[in-house]
Design a binder for this molecule. Structure first.
Ligand code: NAI
Length: 399
C-alpha cells in the first residue's frame, strides 16, 4: 500500500486514478504547507504530488527515505531539486502534454478574431460606434498559418487549422513529421514571408530570445497577424509595438510577456496596452478545467505505473525505462551508482541467493543507473537487505 500525499488542491481526477489502481491511502492538502510543517506531512510518504508552490529541496528529500517518486501536477519542475531526487533514486514526473489542446484552441480562436478585427470592433461597439465595414476583415479559410516550433502544441494546432481550411507551413530546428498537408518552410525568413498568421510555439531560453525582432517583423507580409502563447522572451516587444503602429503587423495576440505581473492586482507593464487589434491575455493559454483534469490524470497515471511496474517513461530526471509486462514472480527496481560492473554486482548477488533472472533491462543517465529485474522465486527480506547494503546501491525496491 502506498502512502500518498497530495498538496495544493490537485484535481480529484488524480485521486480517481490512484483509487482505481487500489492505492487508497491518500492524504490531501488544499494548499502548499509552510516549510516548518511540510516534513511532518511527508513523513512516511511514498508518492508525493505537488504543484508549483510546494518546494522540495535537497535537505527535505534527504530526510524522506520512504519517498519513491514525486509528481509535479503542472508543467514546470523548478520547485523540486530534481538532481538531488535522482541521486537518491527518486524519479520526478510532470504533465508536459495536458494543456496542449487548450493552447492550440486559444491560438486558433485568436487567429480568427484578429483576421476579422474583432478586438478592435468589439472595443468600438462598447464605446457606442456601430461600424459595419468589411474593410480589413478576412476569413481564415485559404489563409497561410506559419507555425514556428512544430512540437506538441504547434503540431496539434496544425491539424486544427487545416480542418478550418487554412494552409499550414512550419519552421522547426529539428526535422519533424508533417501532419496532414502541412509543409516545412525553407527557413524562418521563408515562413515569415509566406504567412498571413504567424504563431510561436518554441521553448524559452537564450536560443529563442527575440527571434521575432525588428528584422523578422520587417520580413513578414505587410498586415500579417502575430500570435505568441509560448514564452515572453521570444518577441522583442518594442519592435512589435513599432510594427503594429506602422501597420506592418495587422494584429497581435500575446499570452506571455518578458516580465509578467506576480499577483492579480499588479498591472501588466507593456507598451502594447491600449493598441487596437491587439489581444492581451494573462498567461492563460493552458488554463482550462479540462487541462487541470488532464494534469491530475496524466501525472497520477505516471506515478501508479512507476509504483506498480517501475516504468520511468516521461520522468524528467531519471533513466527512462518503458513499461514491460512482468516476466517472473517478483520485480526488483534497483538504482545504483553508474560505475563499471554495477550490473554484474547486482546479478552476482541475486545468483548467490539462488534467484534466477527471467528478464532484465538497464538504462543509465549521468551518475545513476536503473535496472528492472524480474526474477523467479520469492525475494526474502535477507536478499533485500543485502541488495540495499551493497556499496553500489542507491536504492532498491520490490514491486
Ligand atoms: P515542445 O517542446 O513540444 O515544442 C517546441 C518545439 O520548438 C520543438 O519541436 C523544438 O524543436 C522547436 N524549437 C526549438 N527551438 C526552436 C527555434 N529556435 N526555432 C524553431 N523551432 C524551435 O513544446 P510545447 O509543449 O509545444 O510548448 C511550446 C511552448 O509553449 C513552450 O515555450 C511552453 O512553455 C509554452 N506553453 C505555454 C502555455 C501557456 O499557457 N501560454 C501552456 C503550455 C506551454
Amino acid at each position: 500500500m502506498a502512502q500518498i500525499v497530495l498538496f495544493e488542491n490537485i484535481h480529484p481526477s488524480a485521486r480517481e486514478v490512484f483509487t482505481a489502481a487500489g492505492l487508497t491511502d491518500i492524504a490531501t492538502y488544499s494548499s502548499a504547507l509552510p516549510s516548518a510543517e511540510i516534513f511532518d506531512a511527508l513523513r512516511g510518504a511514498e508518492l508525493v504530488g505537488i504543484r508549483s508552490r510546494t518546494h522540495l529541496d535537497a535537505d527535505l528529500i534527504g530526510r524522506l527515505p520512504a519517498l519513491r517518486a514525486v509528481g509535479c501536477f503542472c508543467i514546470g519542475t523548478n520547485q523540486v531539486d530534481v538532481n538531488s531526487a535522482m541521486l537518491r533514486g527518486v524519479p520526478v514526473f510532470n504533465a508536459p502534454f495536458s494543456n496542449t489542446r487548450s493552447v492550440a484552441e486559444l491560438v486558433l480562436a485568436e487567429a480568427i478574431l484578429l483576421l476579422r478585427r474583432v478586438p478592435e470592433k468589439n472595443n468600438r461597439v462598447h464605446l457606442g460606434h456601430w461600424d459595419k465595414s468589411a474593410a480589413g476583415a478576412f476569413e481564415a479559410r485559404g489563409k497561410t498559418l506559419g507555425i514556428v516550433g512544430y512540437g506538441n502544441i504547434g503540431s496539434q494546432l496544425s491539424t486544427l487549422a487545416e480542418s478550418l481550411g487554412m494552409r499550414v507551413i512550419y519552421h522547426d530546428v529539428e526535422a519533424k513529421l508533417p501532419l496532414g498537408n502541412a509543409r516545412p518552410a525553407g527557413s524562418l525568413q521563408d515562413l515569415l514571408a509566406q504567412s498571413d498568421v504567424v504563431t510561436l510555439h518554441v521553448p524559452g531560453g537564450k536560443a529563442t530570445e527575440n527571434i521575432i525582432n525588428a528584422q523578422a517583423l520587417a520580413a513578414t507580409k505587410r498586415g500579417a497577424i502575430l500570435i505568441n502563447a509560448s514564452r515572453g522572451t521570444v518577441v522583442d516587444i518594442a519592435a512589435l509595438h513599432a510594427a503594429v503602429q506602422s501597420g506592418q503587423i495587422g494584429g497581435a495576440a500575446l499570452d506571455v510577456f518578458p516580465t509578467e505581473p506576480k499577483s492579480v492586482d499588479e498591472p501588466l507593464d507593456s507598451p502594447l496596452r491600449g493598441l487596437l487589434n491587439v489581444i492581451l491575455t494573462p498567461h492563460i493559454g493552458g488554463s482550462t478545467q479540462e487541462s487541470q483534469e488532464n494534469i491530475g490524470r496524466e501525472v497520477a497515471e505516471k506515478l501508479v505505473r512507476f509504483f506498480q511496474s517501475g516504468t520511468t517513461k516521461g520522468a524528467v530526471n531519471f533513466p527512462e525505462l518503458p513499461y514491460q509486462d512482468a516476466g517472473g514472480n517478483r520485480r526488483l527496481l534497483h538504482v545504483h551508482r553508474n560505475l563499471p560492473g554495477a550490473l554484474g554486482s547486482l546479478d552476482n548477488l541475486l545468483a548467490e541467493h539462488g534467484l534466477n533472472i527471467v528478464s532484465q533491462r538497464l538504462q543509465t543517465q549521468g551518475e545513476i543507473g536503473y535496472v528492472i529485474t524480474d526474477v523467479d522465486g520469492e525475494v526474502s527480506d535477507i536478499v533485500m537487505a543485502a541488495l540495499r547494503a551493497h556499496p553500489i546501491t542507491v536504492r532498491c525496491d520490490l514491486v
